[in-house]
Design a protein around this ligand. Structure first.
Ligand code: NAD
Ligand code: IPM
Ligand code: MN
Length: 368
């Protein structure tokens, strides 16, 4: 059988720096576990704009549709702020998500024990935390029409539209219920049905799908603003949270801080199954290109490395190997390895991006 194929799009800022460490992990799996991937690299975001005048070429888009999984670093940066909206780096990422139809974005927030004292919340509140935010990723206000900026009389008006169809809500709800069955069997759905019609529909459809297909799973509903508060107050009350594109963006950044750093949070964006049975998939850290630390070897590569662990789990059926990689990260943190973002107020000496990669490779070796 042919090797599974990976398209790697390192992107901008710290993207290439953290992806370099993932490349070493991929090589380790080839050499030590006989799990060999056919890896190709491409450009996305500002890097693609610089080379081709577009944040994603049609050729790269076509390859993304063909490979077994895409791994992406991060896109964006101040250099590109002046560009026209249509060619901004972020448009490249949004095109990938939309054209691959990656409607279910899994953003886990797990607190590694070694970091429990580093969260901005008390140890009790975060120790042992393991929640999964399922963010709808291909619709809502990110893509709804009408949109744009136009003149009304003598002033400009900016317009975006929150729009959801029943089937868009139903498919992401199913994906959340399926995940919950394999975890703590609880789903909390978040919207603002108190002020938005799209929220009323969201709540109705999630409730219908639950009654008809998943009544064994415990379902609750929360307004997203109250959900944000509850996420900070007592996050362990949640198992799976399902929410729309924009609320999911905000809630997952907040959840990242529960775990200590944005540099820790991976994600998987999944679509429909391809002919080979694997879902269309893109894996990327939740964080961005971190222009403030780019080029300095300071970035934490763990979010990107854990995104590859999610690829092993969700695209390649290598659940034991995904566990092995996650445990290697845990062991590395327990041994005291810290990039700068993981140092608490008491300080300490940070290690570099590459040193963190080396430490995790050491823990992988030790696992054999
Ligand atoms: P950001 O996530 O890039 O950075 C926020 C803060 O977190 C910064 O202080 C940064 O140094 C820190 N940080 C992020 N990742 C880190 C890591 N791995 N290790 C250590 N520290 C880390 O968010 P931002 O500053 O709001 O956005 C910068 C650019 O990235 C923007 O152009 C934005 O659009 C883009 N962005 C891209 C993605 C993506 O590619 N998926 C996600 C978010 C933001
Ligand atoms: C994320 C990012 C993206 C989003 C941007 C870069 C398009 O913030 O992946 O969380 O808003 O979805
Ligand atoms: Mn975001």
């Amino acid at each position: 059988m042919a090797n599974p194929s990976l398209l790697i799009l390192p992107g901008d800022g710290i993207g290439p720096e953290v992806m370099a460490e993932v490349r070493r992990i991929i090589d380790w799996y080839g050499e030590k576990r006989g799990i060999v991937f056919d890896v190709e690299e491409g450009l996305v975001g500002g890097a693609s704009y610089d080379a081709h005048g577009t944040p994603l070429t049609d050729e790269t888009m076509a390859r993304a549709q063909e490979v077994d999984a895409v791994l992406l670093g991060a896109v964006g940066g101040p250099k590109y702020d002046v560009l026209d909206f249509s060619v901004k780096p972020e448009r490249g990422l949004l095109r990938l998500r939309k054209e691959m139809d990656l409607f279910s974005n899994l953003r886990p927030a797990q607190c590694f024990d070694a970091l429990a004292d580093f969260s901005s919340l008390k140890r009790d509140v975060v120790a042992g935390l393991d929640i999964m935010i399922v963010r709808e990723l291909t619709s809502g206000v990110y893509f709804g029409e009408p949109r744009g900026i136009h003149m009304e009389g003598n002033e400009r008006v900016g317009i975006n539209t929150q729009r959801y169809t029943e089937s868009e809500i139903a498919r992401v709800a199913r994906s959340a219920f399926e995940l919950a069955r394999k975890r703590g069997n609880k789903v909390c759905s978040m919207e603002k049905a108190n002020v938005m019609e799209s929220g009323i529909l969201w709540r109705d459809v999630v409730t219908e799908i639950h009654e008809k297909e998943y009544s064994d799973v415990e379902l609750s509903h929360m307004y997203a603003d109250a959900g944000a508060m509850q996420l900070c107050r007592w996050p362990k009350q949640f198992d799976v949270i399902v929410t729309d594109n924009l609320f999911g963006d905000l809630l997952s950044d907040a959840a990242a801080m529960l775990t200590g750093s944005l540099g820790m949070l991976p994600s998987a964006s999944l679509g429909l199954p391809m002919a080979n049975g694997r879902p269309k998939a893109l894996y990327e850290p939740v964080h961005g290109s971190a222009p403030d630390i780019a080029g300095q070897g300071k970035a934490n590569p763990i979010a990107c490395i854990l995104s590859f662990a999610m690829a092993l789990r969700y695209s390649f059926g290598q659940v034991d190997e995904a566990d092995r990689l996650e445990k290697a990260v845990d062991a590395t943190l327990a041994a005291g390895a810290r990039t700068a973002d993981l140092l608490g107020p008491e300080g300490g000496t940070p290690i570099s991006t590459a040193e963190m990669g080396t430490a995790i490779l050491g823990a992988l070796d030790a696992s054999l």
